[in-house]
Design a binder for this molecule. Structure first.
Ligand code: PTJ
Length: 246
């Protein structure tokens, strides 16, 4: 057992959740490596939500509120780290969850669906009867009524080409990725450079704050956001954190 007094308690608990996810067959073994990479970037950011991440989270909340058909994509790491938080966000913005995996097996897809349902997920897209054009790997498999026809998609924790394929299809893409240099981070409309464990609750809080705004006011928030500038600000925050240390 990890005592709460351990200076790295939160980080170690995240590791435990990922390990537990692997043991339950929810998380891919590759998810351990992804978590390690995320940890390294989180360490460089000071393991806290930066000003730029908070702004991205607010903008992402506005996009989800404006969307007519938002969908939240869930992979094995997200399902292990923040299942309840994703269900809550899904409920408050009316964005069903859809399991979409890189290292896909039908068995793992089913286990994640069961896991989310057992925690209270109500609206999920569970078919895989569609294909994202231009992708040659398993992430291409999607639900025709879900990700394939969504107008906004939240894609947590992935580094690959699905983000670009979704952008090319005209979807609004929100990424959560601690690595501001990743391909996904660079191509999403809004990239949240924050740990998913902080980002998802922050987005739900932002939804609660913004839900009384009208469409024009929400659109105004989206229009004033510049993802490139925000990513540069995240990189600057890492540099600033270094200079605090030196
Ligand atoms: O469950 P699957 O089969 O879909 O596989 C999921 C993983 C995450 C294993 C797969 O998508 C993968 O291999 O991803 P990558 O290429 O390792 O990229 C994951 C990205 O997420 C990296 O840029 C990490 O820095 C980032 N990341 C890792 N952990 C976190 C994170 N970002 C936010 N919060 C985290 N906890």
């Amino acid at each position: 057992m990890i005592p709460k007094s351990h200076p790295r308690y939160e980080s170690l608990m995240m590791r435990e959740k990922i390990v537990e996810g692997v043991e339950k067959g929810i998380t891919s073994i590759h998810g351990l490596i992804a978590q390690g990479r995320g940890e390294a970037f989180d360490y460089l950011l000071g393991e806290k939500t930066s000003k730029s991440a908070l702004q991205a989270e607010k903008t992402a909340a506005a996009i989800l509120l404006l969307a007519k058909k938002p969908v939240i994509s869930v992979n094995g790491n997200a399902a292990a780290l923040v299942p309840e938080e994703l269900i809550r966000l899904s409920d408050i913005v009316n964005a069903p969850l859809e399991v979409n995996l890189f290292h896909r097996t039908q068995e793992r897809v089913n286990k994640i669906i069961e896991h989310l349902r057992s925690l209270g997920a109500k609206r999920m897209y569970t078919k895989s009867d569609g294909l994202i054009p231009g992708l040659e790997h398993e992430r291409a498999k999607v639900d025709v009524d879900g990700i394939l026809s969504a107008d906004a998609v939240l894609v947590p924790l992935e580094d690959g080409d699905r983000c670009k394929a979704l952008v090319d299809m005209g979807r609004k893409v929100i990424a959560i990725d601690l690595n501001p240099l990743s391909r996904t981070a660079q191509c999403a409309h809004v990239t949240i450079v924050d740990n998913i464990t902080r980002a998802v609750p922050n987005m739900s809080r932002a939804v609660e704050e913004l839900k009384s705004l009208n469409g024009d006011e929400l659109q105004g928030l989206v229009n004033e956001f510049d993802n490139k500038k925000n990513l540069n600000a995240s990189i600057q925050e890492i540099i600033d954190h270094f200079s605090i240390l030196s």
